[in-house]
Design a protein around this ligand. Structure first.
Ligand code: ATP
Length: 307
């Protein structure tokens, strides 16, 4: 069989249903208990070979519907998708140079792990392009080397992450949950949000999983899930961007079953009762003037998939 001329991988965004942040560990990372939930908001990463580049070297291009977000994606070696290609190239025999094209729908620096999703997608796409046949377990290890949030988009669905967030165990979920994500102008630096967290919570306790959240997911009970959503980083994100408090309040007033800052923010996530309710909630949030735009999505959805 001939090697493929290009490979496209579709990869979902995530929302944290629980983000419990412990004290800083000896290695400088925070201990986390993170419940990741993959939602139907996708980036697409397409890789094609470039014979003029060294193996694992990448040139990048990015497009997408939101020019302000596209403009914030780096096109150099710091792009996580380029770093993923370079890392995988060191572990498979027939790596080439690559052109990586990212079609962005996941908000950039929005707390939905868009860069990590692109890195996971690039690992899968390059492995298919180079016919590496890398076992899934090995791809998960390489993903964890790239960043704490890179392994989850490989598996998708819903999973609890411990350690730095990269040690994953899938969680059983019944049914589908409907979400609204409210986008606001500008991003929030994850590092700054963690620094603010350390300032606000110098004596953070060890992070734990919450039985009520696990039970709500297993039962497919949106109301109980809404009540169990928590994000320890939320007070820090609100301290840095106080206007997010008005956005969360607008969602609650419009009937959201749960409202929280997504990851390190500033995107906020709202749980709805149904797809129709999500559309109504989105319209109410836009009308409230507290966000720049909204997107609706459902979860859980599978992880990075070749299309
Ligand atoms: P997380 O939820 O993991 O904290 P995030 O969703 O807040 O991440 P990203 O969209 O991953 O943030 O982007 C964070 C920064 O990473 C961006 O400001 C950008 O400079 C850089 N970056 C590197 N690669 C990418 C990529 N492929 N897509 C988007 N941003 C990238």
């Amino acid at each position: 069989m001939n090697a493929p001329t290009s490979v496209t991988v579709r990869v979902p965004a995530k929302v944290n249903l629980r983000l419990a942040v412990g004290p800083v560990r000896g290695d400088g990372y925070h201990g986390l208990v993170n419940v990741f939930h993959a939602v139907s908001l996708y980036d697409e990463v397409t890789v094609s070979p470039r014979s003029d580049l060294a193996p694992g070297q990448a040139v990048l291009s990015v497009d997408g519907e939101r020019p302000d977000h596209v403009a914030r994606v780096p096109l150099d070696d710091s792009n996580l998708a380029a770093r993923a290609a370079a890392l995988l190239a060191r572990h498979v025999p027939h790596a080439t140079g690559v052109h990586i094209h990212v079609h962005k729908a996941i908000p950039v620096a929005g707390g939905m792990a868009g860069g990590s999703a692109d890195a996971a997608a690039a690992l899968v796409a390059c492995d298919a392009l180079w016919e590496g046949g890398t076992p899934r377990e090995r791809l998960l290890e390489l993903a964890a080397e790239l960043g704490s949030d890179v392994a989850f988009p490989l598996i998708g669905c819903t999973a609890v992450g411990t350690g730095r967030g990269e040690q994953l165990s899938p969680l059983p979920v019944q049914g589908t949950f409907h979400w609204v994500f409210a986008l606001v102008d500008g991003g929030l630096s994850t590092a700054k949000v963690f620094a603010e967290y350390d300032r606000l919570r110098p004596d953070a306790p060890e992070p734990t999983l919450d039985d009520a959240l696990v039970a709500a997911l297993a039962a497919g009970d949106a109301r109980r899930l809404g009540a169990a959503l928590t994000n320890d980083l939320q007070p820090a994100a609100l301290a840095l961007r106080p206007e997010l408090g008005d956005l969360l309040e607008a969602g609650r007033a419009a009937g959201a079953l749960g409202a929280l800052v997504s990851g390190s923010g500033p995107t906020c996530a709202f749980l709805a009762e149904s797809a129709d309710h999500a559309r109504e909630l989105a319209a109410a949030l836009r009308a409230s003037g507290t966000c720049a735009d909204t997107v609706t999505a459902h979860g859980p959805v599978p992880g990075a998939t070749v299309v």
